[in-house]
Design a protein around this ligand. Structure first.
Ligand code: HEC
Ligand code: HEC
Length: 220
């Protein structure tokens, strides 16, 4: 077997089999049918009320008005729920968000997550055409030399996200997008189960990350 083929096999094993990953425990959320049901049954009306406290930073309708602040609109409820619980127990830390999330009950968290999931994804924005061109191949085809799977194989061809914990990326605020990918790259953000994003971000240059942020900004 060729070295490349071997490497590819190893990567797919790492992406699939948690036992092969020698990384710190990354999140305390384990998806069970009960937890999935609990999140799904979050009350959007209550979430809407609670979300007033978030709007100063995340925008009126969950569309971020400020660089470095993520949009939450249209995000999968399970992803938002996981991130908030991760902030609450410091599996993901941030000076602002950790205290915000720690003040929310599990019920509040589910209500908020469902509310944001009912909103439309952030509107499509103009992005730098050169960046889009450079990023497109990585996003849609990946690169076997570096064992990079296409981003679309997990995040969807429209950046719409996939079941459970894979977030939508379409229209995400680009400074936030770049910062959070760079944080996976350095390991400052390590709440990705099975190190899926850390393994990928480590192989990307900072320029590629900025290009990818532009690419996802204009998807819809
Ligand atoms: C004072 C500003 C501020 C307030 C208020 C705030 N946030 Fe945040 N939020 C941020 C910042 C900044 C980040 C990015 C932090 C990071 O890089 O980890 C963030 C990140 C998040 C994320 C992670 C998004 C992702 O794509 O991974 C979620 C979910 C979130 N906030 C939900 C909320 C909710 C729900 C509320 C209200 C209950 C809220 N935030 C209130 C500033 C704020
Ligand atoms: C093997 C599946 C997989 C592949 C391939 C993948 N991702 Fe991810 N990505 C994830 C998962 C799972 C998360 C959420 C991890 C967590 O809970 O922190 C994530 C999170 C992210 C985030 C954070 C979003 C937010 O709102 O904070 C960004 C940005 C991102 N991925 C970009 C990319 C890019 C760009 C590529 C391609 C170069 C890529 N991903 C390839 C699975 C994947």
């Amino acid at each position: 077997m060729g070295v490349l083929k071997m490497k590819k096999l190893l990567l797919s094993a790492v992406l699939i089999a948690p036992s092969l990953v020698i990384a710190e425990s990354s999140s305390k959320i384990a998806w069970t049918p009960e937890l999935l049901n609990f999140v799904k049954q979050g009350n959007a009306d209550k979430g809407k009320q609670l979300a007033i406290a978030c709007s100063g930073c995340h925008g009126e309708n969950g569309v971020s008005p400020m660089p470095g602040y993520p949009s939450l609109a249209g995000q999968l409820a399970t992803y938002t729920y996981k991130q908030l619980r991760d902030y609450a127990d410091n599996s993901r830390s941030h000076p602002l968000m950790s205290s915000v999330a720690a003040g929310l009950s599990e019920q509040d968290t589910a209500d908020l997550a469902v509310w944001f999931s009912t909103l439309a994804l952030p509107p499509q924005k103009k992005a730098d055409p050169k960046s889009i061109q450079r990023a497109k191949k990585l996003a849609t085809r990946g690169e076997s030399k570096r064992i990079l799977p296409p981003c679309s194989s997990c995040h969807g061809t429209e950046g719409q996200g996939e079941v459970m914990d894979i977030p939508a990326l379409a229209g995400q605020q680009p400074e936030y997008f770049s910062e959070t990918l760079k944080a996976y790259k350095t390991g400052d953000r390590s709440n990705d189960v099975y190190s899926r994003m850390r393994l990928i971000a480590k192989q990307l240059s900072e320029e590629e990350i900025d290009d990818l942020a532009q690419y996802y900004l204009q998807l819809k």
